[in-house]
Design a protein around this ligand. Structure first.
Ligand SMILES: [Zn+2]
Length: 352
């Protein structure tokens, strides 16, 4: 087993991973298709690459669309230990109790994910093939985000506990290193009786897993010297500071399958939700409606809006060679010499 892992690690070290940071979201959306019943499979399967590529659209939108960023998380700890008991399940009740501005500040993932689900039901009812695919891809993303424990806390990147960078470590680095060895066969999609409750249940479960996400890394941090904790790898031609293989391996082992479990749960719930939306819409026959979806288009009208304060989750530590730093100046901050923090948002559940 160990040698298998080593071989995979060895192979990965020579594989340029496509779309760093988005890997897990894409993988999850794609895998969910395989759990669908034949009636839905005939519609979704030919669109697999669209669903995979668009799995990260909501993250891209965060920089351009007001109101998008807060759909990806909820800081449960802002509401105290009884957050899940206190927070109303219905958006209008929550607005009455807490106020919309406050809600948005701490994230609205459970409410907005449910809303996206309802929009998908409507798209199925109207047999709007393009909308079904766009909303299904979005829903996959949002369901992915609520399976990431660090999407349920204000300490989302370990910034309050001296663990800055842990967000991308858990949701990007680990899946990219190990997901190829995970088992993603999650069984057939099942009807979800109460999707709203299922979302809140998931958020609660993710939040409960936070202890180990942060706790294990804190333990490990004491065992590793700084120079063993990080290493450099080439990313897109740039020498990039990352959590070292040894450190990643040790953390992954301590987590005892947690990343794989969360990815599997996500895949299953996405398939369940797509299936349930279709059932609630009266199981429309979509055979024959195969739209030509543009895979490479960017989100419509998406120049970044600098007034939006976006919570950056994924942190890659970058130290670009001088001749590259100029061409990368759009995203690499030029600051204090040797170590540059390059923030991007990611994936799984990647991470926001
Ligand atoms: Zn997200």
């Amino acid at each position: 087993m160990r040698s298998v892992v080593l071989v995979i690690v060895f192979l990965l070290s020579f594989t340029r991973l496509p779309a760093w940071g988005f890997y897990a979201h894409k993988l999850i959306n794609q895998q969910a298709i395989f759990s669908l019943p034949p009636e839905l499979m005939v519609f979704f399967k030919p669109q697999a690459s669209f669903l995979r590529e668009k799995a990260v659209n909501p993250d891209r939108r965060r920089y351009a669309v007001k109101g998008e960023a807060e759909k990806h998380f909820i800081d449960l700890d802002v509401y105290g230990d009884n957050a899940l008991q206190v927070l109303p399940r219905y958006w209008s009740d929550a607005v009455d109790l807490i106020g919309e501005d406050s809600l948005r500040k701490s994230g609205i993932a459970p409410w907005s994910t449910y809303r996206t689900f309802l929009q998908l039901v409507r798209a199925f009812e109207r047999k709007e093939a393009e909308n079904i695919l766009r909303l299904a891809a979005d829903l996959g993303h949002y369901l992915g985000d609520i399976h990431v424990p660090l999407h349920t806390t204000k300490n989302y990147n370990g910034q309050f506990t001296g663990q800055y960078g842990i967000h991308g470590f858990w949701e990007s680095r680990l899946p990219e290193l190990y997901a190829e060895s995970y088992n993603f066969f999650v069984g057939k999609a099942e009807y979800v009786k109460d999707p709203q409750q299922a979302i809140w249940y998931t958020v609660g479960q993710s939040h409960a897993a936070l202890d180990s996400v942060l706790g294990f890394e804190a333990v490990l941090n004491k065992r590793f010297a700084e120079d063993k904790k990080y290493s450099f790898e080439e990313r897109g031609g740039i020498n990039t500071r990352v959590y070292s293989r040894a450190y990643s391996e040790a953390y992954h082992q301590m987590l005892a399958g947690q990343v794989e479990r969360q990815m599997r749960k996500t895949i299953k719930l996405i398939a369940d939700f797509w299936y349930t939306a279709w059932i609630l819409a009266g199981q429309p026959d979509l055979d024959g409606s195969t739209p030509n979806m543009p895979e490479n288009e960017d989100e419509p009208g998406a120049p970044a809006d600098p007034t939006l304060k976006i919570r950056d989750h994924e942190t890659i530590f970058r130290n670009p060679p001088a001749h590259l730093s100029r061409s990368l100046s759009t995203y690499v901050c030029s600051a204090p010499a040797a170590r540059t923090y390059f923030e991007r948002r990611p994936r799984f559940l990647p991470i926001g």
